[in-house]
Design a protein around this ligand. Structure first.
Ligand SMILES: *Cc1c(COP(=O)(O)O)cnc(C)c1O
Length: 228
């Protein structure tokens, strides 16, 4: 007898395997002597029971978009499975900075000076290894978070020189109604111009294109876990 949750787990592991193969294929086709692309499995809205089979299958890098939700799941899962690497991929309010810095290994959504100061203050109080990506609003959408491309150089100077923050990459979420490849290419050129190694771009619908454009991290939820 198998239970429903075991069946759901089998399905998710199967979909995870498919995504891994599709990522590998896109990496080999992109053929720029590329190193591996990190698959950030986006587990937001899914319960520990759905996430656990993917951990058992050996995956360790996960993305969550809300601090509070992640705090409800990941401390226990990280006790069960060693070496979990958690990425924050959603907006961060400064009143949650301390919790976020404590829980996450990478914060991909650094998007304003006030948050940069708040993270710097927290790291000074409680130092820990962490990586920060700056979110860039590549489509200059008024409702979307992120630094405008015109302001990126100045923001990076402030974060790195004045605050000493460990910034290692850029992240973007292209406008839904546009061809994402032009946004991926823009982000890649901004990363090159600013000597940043990591590029987080590409989701379930467009990760192969993102990898072609140089993504080092793809954030994939639906294709692994199903519809939210
Ligand atoms: C939810 C989310 C994803 C994953 O999107 P899917 O289409 O489900 O793969 C990626 N990035 C961010 C910032 C998200 O919020």
């Amino acid at each position: 007898m198998t239970t429903d949750s075991e069946n759901a787990g089998t399905k998710v592991v199967h979909q995870y395997g498919n995504v891994c193969r599709r990522v590998d294929k896109a990496v080999s086709e992109a053929d720029q002597g590329r190193k591996d692309v990190t698959l950030v499995a986006v587990s937001k809205t899914f319960s520990s029971d759905v996430i656990r089979p993917v951990l058992k299958a050996g995956h360790r890098v996960f993305g969550e978009n809300r601090v509070q939700e992640a705090e409800g799941k990941w401390p226990l899962l990280s006790e069960e499975f060693s070496d979990v690497e958690l990425h924050l991929i959603g907006p961060l309010q400064t009143n949650k900075t301390a919790n976020a810095v404590q829980l996450f290994d990478t914060i991909e959504t650094l998007d304003r000076p006030k948050l940069a100061r708040s993270i710097a203050a927290e790291l000074k109080k409680n130092p820990k290894p962490i990586e920060l990506f700056v979110q860039v609003n590549t489509g200059a959408e008024s409702q979307k978070a992120g630094i405008l491309k015109e302001d990126l150089g100045e923001f990076l100077d402030y974060c790195r020189q004045e605050l000493g923050l460990p910034i290692t990459g850029l992240m973007c979420i292209p406008p839904v109604s546009e061809d994402p490849s032009k946004h991926f290419s823009l982000l890649a050129s901004l990363a090159r111009a600013n000597a940043l190694a990591n590029l987080s771009m590409g989701m379930s619908a467009d990760f192969a294109e993102a990898i072609r454009c140089g993504a080092t991290h793809v954030r994939i939820g639906t294709a692994i876990f199903g519809n939210r």
